[in-house]
Design a protein around this ligand. Structure first.
Ligand SMILES: [Zn+2]
Length: 123
């Protein structure tokens, strides 16, 4: 029987943190592909995948310290997120670790002032 093997040049073994990043990117891509109605209809599935990703994140990153979110840093996936920042050129906030926040800040890639939503929010 013939074995199916990947001939992809990226078929070498993937690190656990790289695998975690792939899974989160896959979920983000799935969310972005859904219409608003599909997003609403997928409520249960979104909850299940979120819990599955939290379980896998704990397996990869270990126990959290106080103040850390249950999700990994969306920049490096090597640590738990501890901050919510607004990157220039992105419409959604980024949950990241303190190290990535500091690096993004040093590189001048963050919106440090009040966000547009907050400025225009009538409440
Ligand atoms: Zn990070």
């Amino acid at each position: 029987m013939k074995k199916h093997r990947s001939t992809s040049p990226t078929s070498k073994r993937m690190t656990r943190k790289a695998a975690l990043a792939e899974l989160f990117q896959l979920r983000t891509d799935w969310y972005l592909a859904l219409s608003h109605a599909q997003f609403e209809a997928a409520f249960e599935q979104r909850n299940r995948t979120s819990e599955a990703l939290r379980v896998v994140t704990r397996m990869v990153l270990g126990p959290r310290r106080p103040g850390q979110f249950t999700l990994p840093c969306a920049v490096c996936y090597g640590r738990y997120a501890e901050e919510i920042v607004y990157e220039q050129g992105k419409t959604l906030s980024t949950w990241c670790c303190t190290s990535c926040r500091d690096r993004l800040r040093e590189e001048g890639k963050l919106h440090e002032s009040v966000t547009q939503e907050q400025e225009t929010n009538p409440l």
